[in-house]
Design a protein around this ligand. Structure first.
Ligand code: ASP
Ligand code: MG
Length: 402
């Protein structure tokens, strides 16, 4: 018995039947004698549909109004879930982000949680209610609604688990855990029992699409142990925590990220300060740069290429083109790329991981355009059309095909 935070994603509450299924899981947990706080996302594709509605009105709606609009998605799901819980005979109350005490900064559409004033939630728990909280949203110092960025309700769940010192934080989703590769694409993908925050962070950032990366950062910072678990198939999921049993695994997973674009600047004058000026203008625009490659200078010129998420590619290319020293250098944007990565805390101490990966790609005749490495990951940029084939080949090289 204890305090359990359970988070359900959009697909888990997509329709009435799914909402009833969630209510069953929640009330079962409650009937075992636990205090339960439930965090939910908007139903199914609601958030995408709301974004499409905004686009019908304006190409460039203000972010404040976008937050006002998007926050409505979660309002629907908390009310429906609370009704479903009550129908199953348990007391419950639904709370919007602001009612649950989520205070954020004022960066509309990607606000950060500053503080959770959990008094209201605690009172409701003391009154033996199941508390159903709208994920993804909060309120800023102007009393305006804010949202935390796409996939933000994972972060809401971790934040509330940390604020309440919950005994458990379960993230329910439509997959039954974290796999060595996307199980919908790679036949022999295996489910991991445990994974470290750092590995999960790499997998989340690299597009494993199971947990939002900010939620994992926060879980690491506040040491909130997470369980990723299926809302449809009640078997043990994957635990995300500080240290995990490697089971002699060198590589924990293989991922693909197709939301990436490459900007190349060809023929830059080879003088000091060029890289600094390029990347500081991108930083000033809050554009996150991933892989960076600079060629060896020759005949007084050099090339710099970098990747950004596709959504930022246009802005990044324009920012670079407008730099005064660009002169005759050519700025080329390429959206037909994908990033494939292998992740694992074990590779730090094992030589040969990179060569195994590169050999697998070579055997498939897949060309590597860029490479980057860190202590726990190796990423390559390749042609987007080869991405799925590359993931399968690299996965097989590390995990076999049994
Ligand atoms: N409903 C929001 C989104 O689709 C938040 C979430 O699902 O976590 O991004
Ligand atoms: Mg969603």
């Amino acid at each position: 018995m204890g305090l359990i935070v359970q988070k359900f994603g959009g697909s888990s509450v997509a329709n009435a039947e799914r909402v009833m299924n969630v209510a069953k899981i929640v009330t079962d947990t409650y009937k075992q004698g636990n205090d339960v706080v439930v965090v939910v996302s908007a139903q199914g594709d609601t958030t995408d549909d709301l974004i499409a509605k905004a686009k019908e009105i304006s190409d460039n709606p203000s972010k404040r109004e976008m937050d006002m609009l998007l926050a409505s998605g979660e309002q629907i799901s908390i009310a429906l879930l609370s009704m479903a819980i009550q129908k199953l005979g348990c007391p419950s109350v639904s709370l919007l982000g602001w009612q649950a005490g989520f205070q954020t900064n004022s960066v509309y559409s990607s606000a950060r949680i500053k503080k959770i004033n959990s008094a209201r939630i605690k009172t409701e728990l003391d009154n033996k209610k199941i508390v159903v909280v709208a994920g993804f949203q909060g309120i800023n110092k102007y009393d305006d609604l804010t949202t935390l960025g796409r996939g933000g309700s994972d972060t809401s769940a971790v934040a509330i688990a940390s604020a309440l010192h919950a005994d458990k934080c379960q993230i329910f989703t439509d997959v039954d855990g974290v796999y060595t590769a996307d199980p919908r694409k790679v036949k022999n993908a295996k489910k991991l029992k445990e994974i470290t925050y750092d590995e999960m962070l790499e997998l989340a950032t690299l597009g494993a699409q199971v947990l939002n990366n900010r939620s994992v950062e926060m879980a690491k910072k506040y040491n909130v142990e997470l369980e990723v678990i299926s809302s449809l198939n009640p078997i043990p999921g994957t635990i995300v925590k500080e240290t995990a049993n490697m089971e002699k695994m060198l590589v924990r997973g293989v991922t693909k990220d197709t939301d990436t674009s490459r900007i190349s600047i060809v023929g830059l004058t080879d003088v000091p300060g060029v890289a600094f000026k390029i990347f500081s203008v991108l930083a000033a625009k809050n554009i996150n740069v991933d892989i960076i490659l600079q060629s060896v200078g020759r005949d007084g010129t050099k090339d710099i290429a970098f990747t950004v998420s596709t959504g930022n590619a246009q802005e990044a290319a324009e920012a670079v083109e407008n730099l005064p020293f660009i002169g005759d250098a050519k700025v080329v944007r390429d959206d037909t790329v994908a990033k494939i990565s292998v992740v694992g805390a074990g590779m730090e101490t094992h030589p040969g991981t990179a060569s195994t990966m590169f050999e697998a790609l070579f055997n498939q005749d897949i060309n590597i355009q860029m490479i980057s490495t860190s202590e726990i990951k190796i990423s390559v940029l390749i042609d987007k059309k080869d991405a799925d084939r590359a993931v399968s080949a690299v996965h097989e090289a590390f995990f076999g095909n049994e």
